[in-house]
Design a protein around this ligand. Structure first.
Ligand code: ADP
Ligand code: MG
Length: 628
């Protein structure tokens, strides 16, 4: 509990005790008035000040204004009819403050909860400097520095393991509860917890660029991107409050006048003014104003706990309306780790051809290039390679040992005017040309991620109408993968620009309400990620550009998380709509009862606080998404 919350609680208790004891003390006249006003001011002075400030700043139609007018009006009526019944005004203030207190407590608690869930911020790094280990601020470690992570510590900065083996707990990042093994040579991302062995790590990024900082940034900034529902609520509140104020004035004035002049009976001014004041109390829109942003906040927090980073409430909303999911193939549905299946028509020793290919590919981060380098297996001497050009979706060209090498698909060969020998094996065919002459091809193949098939089926269960795969690979490979996974539509041999065009075509062919999501790893598909209604990037293997361009990031590259993200968003939006309907519904009923004289101020305030508490509790439900 914060200091402000404690102070408020003390005020609530004092006011409650005063109010109850005053009911047993038989005082009358001005002494009674002074004593009751003391209790009123103890509990309500800040609301009165706020209302006063609002009037001064010409922003009068807020909750404080409603409460101040209603309670001062009630006191005025009590003085006017000499009943001395001030209890009601004080009680209204008291319950309003109890509601506010509960709300600030619940919001504070859920915020704390989320940052605890996201407890990945490292406090220090053990830097190796001149042979000694020093504990420093992670910010101070430069790229290429060596750090030591002991068992039980958080990995502070992204890097590569240079010494040691261990298992890592990545649950805070990915939601995955099984530990992951790590050994020398492996890449390691910040935010995981080292469980068993001591690890020596060479850093590859600065702290500010490391995974952990990026995630924290994302989550902290997520609530600044507002969803349509949230915007609706703030617009609603802007017209709502003036409207109920006008309603209250009409309620106070019209019926008595009608009675007096049209029907010719007693005006009963007091009764109608009292009803109008009650109407104001009952109208307070705080349940909505609080619970909607809180629901989104909880939804985003719950998703991040499951390894799904959503960059804003607007994206959570779009995600819940997704009807078409478009996949990139390599690295998204497949592992992006290619095995060499064969080397055909080589004009030299197979080993030599692979060497040329691997060297030419030495600067590319494409999964194909990484796989060729791995298949080659030997250290790559970058001094032998220069003049490297990568042609996105085609391949690469480079000079190796002074000769011109082209490595890529048949489109690249056609582009260069080199006659190539087509291959009949199913697989991704990588042709190689040396100094403009064909030198043979390497057949490589990727394997489908073990979860992909289930992931596509799970999407259908989550209400997705159409799944589509886009790839730059050959038709034979594309058809095979799509058939295996049960994907509805396939487009192959696409360049990155063709992918954007296809996505635009798909967007045009659907209704505006059904949203299209694109899932990619971001290696040359960042433009598509930003063009789709919602871009989902594979975070662990994906490039930084993808994570930047995407709206949703899956921390562990698991395609099952796509349907999970959609289900989480649906749950969250469901809660949002429940709260909107519930809060507005009860409000309307209360206002009606009050206007008809069937409910007094007590009921009005109880309904108000009660609805708020229920709505806030409902909002917090969005945090719990483990079992979805
Ligand atoms: P995908 O759509 O499956 O992710 P890409 O658009 O990244 O595929 O690549 C499409 C095709 O372009 C690959 O199947 C390959 O034939 C060729 N290609 C792209 N980059 C390279 C590279 N670095 N080396 C060789 N071939 C490449
Ligand atoms: Mg790709």
């Amino acid at each position: 509990m914060s200091r402000r919350q404690k102070k408020m609680l003390i005020r609530i208790i004092i006011a409650a005790v005063l109010l109850i004891s005053l009911n047993f003390i038989p005082v009358d006249g001005w002494l009674r008035f002074v004593l009751y006003m003391a209790a009123y001011l103890v509990i309500g002075y800040d609301i009165l000040i706020k209302a006063g400030k609002g009037i001064k700043n010409r922003q009068i139609f807020d909750e404080s204004f409603l409460m101040a007018i209603a309670t001062i009006g009630a006191i005025g009526l009590a003085i006017y009819d000499k009943s001395g019944d001030y209890t009601e005004a004080i009680a209204v203030m008291l319950f309003y403050q109890i509601g506010e207190w509960f709300q600030s407590y619940a919001v504070g608690k859920s915020r704390r909860n989320i940052s605890e869930l996201m407890d990945i911020r490292p406090d220090y790094a053990n830097l190796v400097r001149d042979g000694a280990i020093e504990r420093v601020d992670p910010d101070e470690v430069e790229i290429g520095g060596t750090i030591v992570v002991n068992p039980g510590e958080k990995v502070p900065i992204d890097g590569v393991i240079i010494e040691g083996t261990s298992s890592l707990n990545t649950s805070a990042l990915t939601g995955e509860s099984l530990p992951r093994d790590a050994k020398a040579g492996d890449e390691i991302i910040s935010g995981c917890i080292n469980m068993s062995g001591v690890l020596k790590i060479k850093t590859t990024k600065e702290f500010g660029e490391s995974t952990v900082s990026k995630i924290l940034d994302l989550v902290e900034n997520a609530s600044s991107r507002k969803s349509r529902s949230e915007n609706f609520i703030s617009k609603f509140a802007r017209v709502y409050t003036p409207a109920v104020c006008a309603g209250a004035v009409l309620l106070a004035v019209v019926p008595p006048i009608v009675r007096l002049f049209a029907i010719g009976i007693q005006a009963d001014w007091e009764i109608w003014i009292y009803r109008a004041l009650t109407f104001l109390v009952a109208s307070c829109p705080c349940a909505l104003v609080i619970s909607i942003p809180l629901s989104f906040f909880a939804g985003i927090g719950g998703a991040s706990k499951e390894g799904v980073l959503v960059k804003g409430s607007n994206y959570l909303e779009t995600l819940s309306q997704t009807k078409i999911v478009v996949f990139d193939k390599t690295g998204t549905l497949t592992r992006g780790v290619f095995e060499v299946n064969g080397i055909h028509h080589s004009q030299m020793e197979n080993e030599k051809l692979l060497e040329y290919a691997a060297l030419a590919e030495s600067a590319s981060s494409h999964p194909i290039s990484r796989s060729l380098q791995r298949a080659y297996g030997k250290e790559i001497d970058r001094d032998r390679v220069d003049d490297i050009h990568e042609i996105s979706g085609n391949g690469v060209m480079a000079r190796v040992d002074g000769v011109q090498i082209a490595v890529g698909n048949d489109k690249l060969m056609t582009l260069l005017g080199i006659e190539y020998i087509p291959c009949h094996s199913v697989g991704t065919i990588i042709h190689i040309a040396i100094d403009g002459k064909y030198a043979g091809h390497i057949v490589i193949s990727d394997i489908v991620k073990p979860q992909s098939k289930e992931a596509v089926a799970a999407l259908k269960n989550a209400g997705i109408q159409k799944t589509v795969m886009l790839t730059g690979d050959t038709a034979s490979v594309a058809e095979k993968v799509a058939g295996e996974l049960g994907i509805d539509l396939v487009y192959s041999q696409l360049l990155p620009v063709d992918k954007v065009e296809k996505v635009e075509e798909l967007i045009r062919s659907k209704t505006d309400k059904a949203k299209l999501a694109f899932v990619g790893d971001g290696i040359n598909d960042a433009p598509v990620l930003s063009r789709a209604d919602i871009g989902i990037a594979m975070g662990a293997m994906g490039s930084d550009a993808a994570i930047e361009a995407a709206d949703v990031v899956l921390m562990d590259d698991d395609p099952m998380k796509i349907s999970k993200a959609i289900k989480i968003s649906k749950k969250c939006l469901g809660i949002v709509y429940q709260n909107i309907v519930f809060a507005i519904g009860i409000k309307l009923i209360c206002l009606l009862l009050v206007a008809m004289g069937l409910a007094g101020m007590w009921l009005a305030i109880f309904a108000d606080v009660g609805v708020m508490i229920i709505a806030v509790l409902n909002a917090i439900r969005a945090l719990f998404v483990k079992k979805i």
